[in-house]
Write a protein that binds this ligand. Structure first.
Ligand SMILES: Nc1ncnc2c1ncn2[C@@H]1O[C@H](COP(=O)(O)OP(=O)(O)OP(=O)(O)O)[C@@H](O)[C@H]1O
Length: 357
């Protein structure tokens, strides 16, 4: 397995790009450690597939280099990059048995039969498909086909990286959670460098030790799931991750402090930077109903099981709070309190407060 470095990477599909708007990927610099579990997370069109295709060698970037263990592979074709890929849809041979499907990537590379048998048994046991080994692949349900496809991606232990491109798309919703945790467990056992591409935050956060969040061709934050939740570096991360996402509220920065709807709001620490469009970001988990605070009127209460999401209007701005216990009635006059340690200022989307020492 390998460490992967993306250095000053940019890509435009246009022959003569004239500005950042013409780039599907803008300036990407990343170091992925050997054996790490990474997710590339972002909405449709943010550049995930472009980046994946550049790593696999299907696409040559307009600018920048890709290194595997410090070796420049930018100009190498896919078959010389030694990568395993699992796609959205199962890639298996219907006429072969499950056993032969799993063995195929190894046979293809001339691995001896005893080693193949041992490795296939190991992977089948990890994926819990031992009883299917002698079944012809055409007889499998789609979920199991995709499991075998994953097995084919994991069976070689000499690849630089295993890449998963939205692998749970075809999986039945009630089986998704099972395969999600299975993949995490597989990473812990196999310890290969893995990159998992998805637009689904639950998949990314369950699988990855580090999540790379992308928006509009840019990496907006790289962090552990906890870091992305606790301290979003960009309003996009706050909003995209979480359910519901972070409240992003119009803010006015004055000499006396930061105000929302005319009232001062306490932040995690000192404000940094200057100018730009200023907003306050606070997750619903850190907004509570209080005896004093911002006066608000409850617009909606939705009970989502363990807790409720209360949406209340502060002036003309809706604010969401996650509330456990007694719930207010729709239309009730309440007060909202923001937890200062988790309330921050953003300028043009980017975090603009520092943690108080
Ligand atoms: N072959 C292509 N030619 C021109 N533009 C392209 C091509 N492929 C992608 N793009 C553009 O590049 C940008 C990034 O697309 P990309 O497919 O990498 O995003 P994505 O995050 O993988 O989205 P999705 O999840 O929908 O596949 C988009 O604006 C897209 O329209």
């Amino acid at each position: 397995m390998a460490k992967i470095t993306l250095s000053n990477l940019r890509h435009s599909y246009m022959p003569n790009p004239s500005g950042p708007q013409d780039y599907a990927l803008k300036e990407i610099d990343l170091d992925w450690q050997d054996g790490g579990a990474y997710a590339l997370l972002g909405p449709s069109g943010c550049g995930k597939s472009t980046l994946l295709n550049i790593i696999s060698g299907l696409l040559v970037p307009s600018e920048g280099r890709i290194l595997f263990d410090d070796r420049d592979v930018t100009d190498l074709p896919p078959d010389q990059r030694n990568i395993a890929q699992v796609f959205q849809f199962p890639v298996i041979y219907d006429t072969m048995t499950v056993r032969d499907n799993l063995a195929f990537p190894l046979r293809n590379r001339g691995v001896d039969e005893a080693r193949i048998a041992a490795r296939v048994a190991e992977i089948a046991q990890m994926l819990e498909v031992e009883e299917m080994l002698d079944i012809r692949a055409s007889h499998l349900l789609p979920d199991n086909k995709q499991k075998i496809s994953m097995g084919r991606g994991l069976v070689r232990d000499d690849v630089n990286v295993v890449m998963f491109d939205e692998p749970l798309t075809v999986i039945d919703p009630h089986l998704k959670w099972k395969l999600r945790s299975k993949l995490k467990e597989l990473h812990q056992r196999v310890r290969a460098t893995m990159i998992y591409v998805t637009h689904d935050q639950t998949e990314a956060l369950t699988f990855a030790d580090q999540v790379v969040v992308m928006q509009d061709g840019e990496v907006v934050q790289i962090g552990t799931p906890v870091e992305l939740f606790e301290r979003p570096q960009h309003t996009f991360v706050g909003h995209f991750i979480g359910s519901p996402g972070m409240n992003v509220l119009p803010a006015e920065v004055t000499d006396g402090g930061v105000r929302f709807q005319g009232r001062q709001v306490a932040l995690e620490g000192a404000v940094t930077g200057q100018g730009g469009t200023t907003q306050i970001g606070v997750r619903p988990e850190f907004v509570s109903l209080a005896d004093a605070g911002l006066p608000a009127r409850v617009r909606n209460v939705s009970d989502v099981g363990r807790h409720a999401v209360v949406e209340a209007m502060v002036g003309d701005t809706p604010v969401k709070a996650i509330v456990e216990g007694a719930l207010p009635e729709q239309g009730a006059e309440v007060h909202l309190a923001f937890r200062p340690s988790h309330t921050r200022l953003y300028r043009d989307g980017w975090l603009s407060t520092e943690v108080a020492q």
